[in-house]
Each structure stands twice: as C-alpha cells, then as structure tokens.
Design a protein around this ligand. Structure first.
Ligand SMILES: Nc1ncnc2c1ncn2[C@@H]1O[C@H](COP(=O)(O)OP(=O)(O)OP(=O)(O)O)[C@@H](O)[C@H]1O
Ligand SMILES: [Mg+2]
Length: 293
C-alpha cells in the first residue's frame, strides 16, 4: 500500500494543506485513500468533517474498539499528515513505511534552516538512505517567478533533494480548506494557474504512488462552493476533537507503546527483507497498517 507522508519540523509550513490536497487528488484518480492525521491538532480530520459527502471520498483515520488504528478494507493508498517538530523515534516510526516524503518549505532563512535539519535527519533513516522512500521539496506560498523561489530551488539543489515545484500564496487555499475542499475540487477555470502548479508535483508522485494513469483533476459538473459559516467554526472544531481519538494520537506521537502494539511475529520468512520494518521499530507503537507485510 503506497504511503505518502508530509513532513517538516517547522510549524505552519503547509503540511496539512499539502496532505489534504494529495488525498483529494488520489481520491479523484478513483483510488481508495485514507488520510491519516498523525498530528495531534487533528487538522486534516477537522477538514474531512467539513467535506461534502458527494465529493470523491477520503477515508478518515479510524480506531477499533481496542484503540488500534485500522485501515478499512479496500483502502489502497495512504496520506499522512504529521505535526511540526517531529523528530527522533516518532519520525522514524512514520518514515519506516513511507514510500514518499514531501517537505513543504517556505522561503525564509528560518524555514530553510529548519528544513535542512529535518532533511539531514531523514537522510539518516535506512529507508530514505536506501532510496526506498523518496524525498521531495515543495516551495510553499511562493511566486514561482521571484528570487525567493529561485533561492529555494538553489537551496534544494545544493542539498541534493528534488525540488518538485512551488505553490503560490492564494486565499483560495485558505478558503477552500475551510469548506472541506481543495483546489482540485473547485469548479471553473479561475484556479487553473494553481492546478498547473501541482502538475510537476503529481508527476513526480504518480509512479511512486502507483497511480495508474495520472490525469489532471477536472470537476465534471461545476458545483457551488459553499463556504463554512464563521459561526459554526468553533462548534465544528470541538466536534472534531473526538476524545476517543486522543489515546491513539498519543500512542503514535509520543510512543505510548500500548496503543498500537504489535508483535514482530508477522515479519515472517515470506516477507521481502526490504519491506520489513526495522527490528527496533517492530511492535513499538506504530499503527498496524504502517507496518509492512
Ligand atoms: N498556498 C497557500 N496560500 C495561502 N495560504 C496558505 C497556503 N498554504 C497554506 N496556507 C495557510 O498557511 C497556514 C499554515 O498551513 P498548514 O496548516 O497547512 O501548515 P502546517 O505545516 O500543517 O502547520 P502545523 O505545523 O501547525 O500543523 C494555514 O492557515 C493555511 O491555510
Ligand atoms: Mg498541520
């Protein structure tokens, strides 16, 4: 099951924005996608709750009665949103099953420094070092024609990490997310420039994520965009912070071992060695679907 993780230590760099968009894009390709919210802020879960059920479906992170994270049958692709500041064991747990890591990076020196440190740590992980997990950088909130975009491109080149493209700063991103949408869900052509910016990112991802025939996402029937009333905001946010989810999030983020514990017995002789979890991570709190069989 191909897994994309969106990772950067820097808070506010655009991880949740990228994760929701990638999940929406995969679902529009007809794939059964789960959007996993490793982030304790539960940003993407809150977004999913706003999403119109008539849109291509995205399966939320789910827990069974024993508080074990499970992907419903039939799901074929996973997108993981992650919290800022993730490093060490928590980072390794997420990356051990990722096929691709996308790092959203804004253009300030602080952003680049933080991203470089995150990249350096990612490079130390066996799955990344061996090339089984690919890394790519996306410049966030940038005008592609500016010096800032060039500087970020040069920075990525110097680091040796693929620079996949830039997404411009646009209120469209903020407003569509408020309504459970992404730019992929919007009707009309007003956002064509934004869709174009996604092309190189999606082209890079398609073979890694085994997307059969990548197609540009076009909304067949224009639908009115219903923006969420501001008054409902706090109610919605409260509703999305389901108390029952928190133990699982604790388990993933802080290595609370009982929540997702799995014995290492499943890594049997049939399992290709390159897809087994590293021994030190088996049964160590990672959600079950993240452990490859
Ligand atoms: N291209 C864009 N144009 C305008 N605003 C954007 C764009 N991308 C992201 N944003 C806004 O930037 C803010 C931070 O984005 P986001 O929540 O995706 O970051 P994050 O990395 O997930 O943050 P955190 O580390 O807190 O989880 C949000 O308000 C989001 O709507
Ligand atoms: Mg976030």
């Amino acid at each position: 099951m191909p897994v994309i993780a969106v990772i950067n230590r820097k808070g506010g760099s655009g991880k949740s924005t990228l994760a929701t968009h990638l999940a929406a894009w995969l679902s529009q390709q007809g794939l059964a996608v789960v959007l996993g919210d490793v982030d304790r802020q539960q940003s993407t879960r809150a977004w999913l709750k706003r999403r119109d059920t008539a849109l291509p479906s995205i399966v939320p992170w789910a827990l069974d009665q024993k508080n074990v994270l499970k992907v419903p049958p039939g799901v074929t692709h996973v997108v993981l949103d992650t919290p800022g500041g993730m490093h060490g064991f928590e980072l390794a747990k997420v990356v051990m099953s990722a096929d691709a890591v996308i790092m959203p990076v804004c253009h300030s020196m602080f952003d680049r420094e933080s991203a470089a440190a995150c990249y350096a740590e990612l490079q130390t992980l066996p799955r990344v070092a061996s090339g089984r997990c690919k890394l790519g950088v996306v410049g966030m909130r940038l005008d592609a024609r500016t010096k800032a975009a060039d500087a970020l491109r040069d920075w990525a080149k110097a680091l040796g990490v693929p620079f996949l493209g830039v997404l411009r700063e646009a209120q469209l991103y903020v407003k569509s997310l408020d309504s459970g949408l992404t730019v992929f869900d919007l009707p009309g052509n007003a956002h064509a420039v934004d869709l174009l910016q996604w092309d190189p990112i999606l082209e890079w991802l398609s073979p890694i994520m085994k997307v059969p025939h990548m197609s540009r996402t076009v909304v067949a029937e224009p639908a009115p965009i219903v923006m969420a009333p501001v008054q409902e905001e706090s109610q919605r946010m409260n509703a999305t912070r389901a108390a029952s989810l928190m133990p699982a999030q604790e388990g993933l983020v802080h290595g609370n071992l009982h929540a997702f514990t799995r014995s290492g017995a499943h890594a049997d002789a049939d399992t290709p060695s390159d897809t087994r979890p590293t021994p030190s991570l088996q049964g160590a709190g990672a959600p079950q679907f993240l452990l490859r069989y």
